[in-house]
Write a protein that binds this ligand. Structure first.
Ligand SMILES: C[S@@+](CC[C@H](N)C(=O)[O-])C[C@H]1O[C@@H](n2cnc3c(N)ncnc32)[C@H](O)[C@@H]1O
Length: 264
């Protein structure tokens, strides 16, 4: 077997820490998985424990009963640790960005993996991975805090990045711009004046401040009011599956990647 593409990095993970992204994937891309013939999902870089892969598998099986999942890790010791947890439909293999799987995946989830690479490498691996997707498939690439209370992810299809999603527990931040520390590698260095992502987070903070009185009814009401204000100036998704009150009330919001893409 050729050497896996990529490098072994820290294996930090945690039980249930990717639940926000799992919930989003089930709701937004459940239909894609149900429509696919023998849908394959890859969890790339699952880390020091199999747990987040098993959690995603269990959640996706609830919305698409024939999903098969492969957890891929570049560290052989982590593959050996996960193997005892294999079961029908779920396996763990050694590999990297080349994705050693039997057929093109409908979904690739890579969380807290690319942040450990350089920015130029992250763009390159986005291109590599989206080129391996099944027709209509998606790559969900993101980052979250240790506990998963703050998370940001990008969804890409074969043509490129499509959407950016922020998701946070309401008491996990004082100002929404604190989520900047979870931006994907391709955006985190662009959070500077003159870049769209910086303007977006600035406006989000302003909307949050204006919505302060709604805090009397709880932080969820404040979030909903802030998102409505923000939607006046930014093209937030306002209808299901990506937007609207049903998603916003979870502490989530999504907008087109094109609205926040780096200027150069
Ligand atoms: C911080 S852990 C993330 C674990 C889990 N995805 C999570 O978010 O909780 C990153 C893992 O990605 C693995 N990794 C890094 N580059 C990889 C690659 N190219 N292919 C497969 N795994 C990779 C590392 O070895 C490490 O175990």
């Amino acid at each position: 077997m050729a050497r896996p593409v990529g490098s072994v990095t820290r294996g930090t993970t945690g039980v249930n820490r990717l639940r926000r992204a799992d919930r989003w994937l089930s709701a937004v891309h459940g239909r894609l998985l149900r429509a696919a013939d023998r849908p394959l999902v890859v969890d790339l870089g699952y880390g020091a424990s199999h747990s987040t892969t098993l959690e995603l598998f269990t959640r996706l099986r609830a919305v698409a009963g024939d999903v098969e999942m492969v957890g891929i890790e570049i560290d052989p010791a982590r593959v050996a640790l996960a193997r005892p947890y294999e079961r029908e439909g779920l396996s763990f293999v050694l590999g990297g960005f080349e994705l050693p799987v039997p057929r093109p995946p409908t979904v690739v989830r890579a969380f807290n993996v690319l942040r450990q690479y350089g920015e130029a490498e992250a763009w390159g691996y986005w291109d590599l991975l989206r080129g391996k997707l099944a027709p209509g498939g998606v790559l969900v690439e993101g980052t979250c805090s240790e506990t998963g209370h703050r998370a940001v992810w990008v969804c890409l299809d074969s043509a490129g990045p499509r959407t950016l999603t922020f998701s946070a527990r309401f008491n996990a931040f004082d100002r929404p711009s604190e989520l900047a520390d979870r931006l994907p590698k391709t955006l985190i260095h662009r959070n500077v004046p003159g870049e769209p992502i910086h303007a977006f987070l600035r406006d989000f903070d302003r909307a949050w401040a204006v919505a302060a009185p709604y805090g009397a009814h709880g932080l969820r009401q404040r979030w909903l009011a802030a998102v409505e204000t923000l939607a006046d100036g930014w093209p937030l998704y306002r209808t299901a599956p990506l937007g609207g009150a049903g998603r916003w009330r979870l502490g989530e919001l999504s907008l087109p990647w094109s609205a926040v893409a780096p200027t150069s």
